[in-house]
Design a protein around this ligand. Sequence first.
Ligand SMILES: Cc1cc2nc3c(=O)[nH]c(=O)nc-3n(C[C@H](O)[C@H](O)[C@H](O)COP(=O)(O)O)c2cc1C
Length: 180
Amino acid sequence: MSSSSKQPSIFAGEQKKESPPQLSVDLRNVMRYFASAVTVVTSALDSGELFGLTVSAFASVSLNPPLVLICIRNESNATPLLFKARRYCVNILATDQQPIAEKFSLQGEGGRFQNLDYYIGKGGNPIIQGCIGYIDCKLSQSIDLGDHTLFVGEAVDVKAEKKPPLLYIDRHYVRLAEAD
Ligand SMILES: Cc1cc2nc3c(=O)[nH]c(=O)nc-3n(C[C@H](O)[C@H](O)[C@H](O)COP(=O)(O)O)c2cc1C
């Protein structure tokens, strides 16, 4: 009796210590096979400093008001900058823009905007030329969730052009076969 009465507390302790990391690994593994479109989120501080990063955790939230969200790792350089800038633009990449996605996801890459074809849009954010489209936003709300922050943006300007998308699955960039 005494050993069985001890079991639950041992299991509970083990669960508390080990389950979250294993589930985190499992979640990461399953998400590898979730195909996603690829965006580059760009922004600018009032000082004129530009920053941006490759983001697949992007979703439409509401049409009226027009809200979208991005989910950014708290350790990313972009996180404190987004809080400061309070604006961002989601640039949806086309198939031929893989080099841009690669550049904007390289850790410590300082020259992300060098040789990039962009202009500053209505919302004050860099807009990358040649994309499928963009959603230029002002920051509406931020939600701190675990090791990421959700940045909800309200669209101030939007543009779309039908083009084949750049996709990402199992750590590889792919293109839609249908689009060829
Ligand atoms: C295809 C792809 C999608 C990514 N999606 C996200 C994302 O949704 N959120 C995020 O925080 N990082 C994402 N990353 C990682 C960042 O792009 C990467 O960590 C980048 O170096 C961050 O730059 P920073 O630390 O200068 O802000 C993604 C990377 C790739 C290659």
